[in-house]
Design a protein around this ligand. Sequence first.
Ligand code: G6P
Length: 613
Amino acid sequence: MCGIVAYVGQQEALPIIIKGLKRLEYRGYDSAGIALLNSDGLSVYKKKGKVSELENHLNGFSNLESKIGIGHTRWATHGEPNDVNAHPHYSSSEKFAMIHNGIIENYDVLKKDLMNKGYQFQSETDSEVFIKFIEDIYVNNHISLEEAVRLALHKVVGAYAIVIMNIEEPDTLIAARKGSPLVIGVGEKEYFLASDATPIIEYTNQVVYLDDYEIAVIRDNKLQIKTIENVETNPYINQLEMELEAIEKGGYEHFMLKEINEQPRSIADCMRGRLDAKNGRLVLGGLRDYMNKFQNADRIIITACGTSWHAGLVAEYLFEEFARIPVEVEYASEFRYRNPVISEKDFVIAISQSGETADTLAAIELAKSKGATIFGVCNVVGSSIPRATHAGSYTHAGPEIGVASTKAFTAQISVLTMMALKLGYQRGTLSESRYMQLLGELETIPSKVERALKLNDKVKEIAAAYKDSRNFLYLGRGYNFPVALEGALKLKEISYIHAEGYPAAEMKHGPIALIDEEMPVVFIATKDSSYEKVVSNIQEVKARKGKIIAVVTEGDTTVKHMADHVIEIPETEEAFVPLVAVVPLQQLSYHIAVMRGCNVDQPRNLAKSVTVE
Ligand code: G6P
């Protein structure tokens, strides 16, 4: 949450930073700001609202020329979204300006100390406390800003990615990170800093990922990295493989729609080079060195948040069915605080699109400290989770910009499916012939998703009929229970309609009381082992006059006669249905949100990357 961008070099900083902030808006979009340095001094401009509001605000100023600058797009933690709480924040003397992503947990104590010393505060943010704390150390110890930052970092508790400008050093940026991401783009006599690589990619593909407890100083066209213990490290330059077109809308009205439609390709990309069904080959490079541990694990623990947690629930069914190893799926935020029983015999899988979710990272650290093996399933290459885990597999879905996750979800399930099949085969719980059959079917999934996408017009008609509903229920059983949860989450995230996902049979234990002629109920009722039971559940809803929207297998005739609307998806193996069935549910929530005039890509109050707990 919060996106930060900074630039120093030969070009004008303002357009680079504004463009970069727009690319990072998915991380937070309640206010934005920028600091520039020129003959007028160090000037901060900030505005409540999106980056476009900041741009309008800047139109009222002249002399915005600057070859250095820092910018921020905020997701409020401390203090409501308004102009004052927006970043950058000045130090008291206004000699320094800072942008910050993260949370300083001991800001209250630091603030009281500073207030006792006479410091005054304009905002309610922890970030203003942070820069004033740095300034206090700087002033009292007569040391360089760099040294003051280093000493301050020893005293602050929490997470941060910061970049600081100093009026007295017009060619210098000082940055540091712990727990929040920071990427440094290395150009020709210029440097770009950002929360992820998307603002950087069009200028350079050479990047350095700053590590926790590192401080970067860019001065006079040189990058120097030191630890907070003052030990110089050698920056390792990575080559970015991201394409610029992957982060643009490519003719679609919204990123979410583009990403929904990219799924046949993203699932295929995820399987490419890994799955060769004809020859019975399934290779997950990241698993190779840990296959022994995986195969002999007493238990698999899956930890994640949000949509990634739903992918984990699908994986629970997959691993237990194919590999016969007990699985627990844990919300990372609960797992990290409840003193769970973990041992070296546990294999922990952490799933995360961004690779930056604070709770998932903390859950990983906890499990690691107890000796478990940690495997990451992440989308963003080079992010924190892949670097904190023992091994992992990337999902290769490409950048996902829409805040509501779509293609990352199906790519996560694709990786987890391959892991489960591989594990089952190696453990002998899956016979050779069944394994071969499943591999063959898995290879057809991209084309089945392609066919499912063609249901768009039908789904749009259904969306038009129910766009004004106040509540929705989503019901499914077995593999389709997590799909019901995900369908409900998609709808509430982007359309602000209250929606609940439930295991279909649980309906009788509460939600059935909600059903009347006003209540649309989405059933995922594909032909699988619990089909007959789900059909009975549909009857129960029908008897209470609920409106039934059913996702069924192509050619189904039974449900057609009961439901108000059916969406027929291609038939596949029961275990692979989530990959296809979720597609019309993504489309349904998308169309409803558009029809309700909601901001689909940047829904209110949400952020894509939740780097605070
Ligand atoms: C946020 C996003 C969700 C995402 C969740 C977990 O809430 O809005 O789309 O599923 O975080 O994020 P991760 O990056 O760890 O998958």
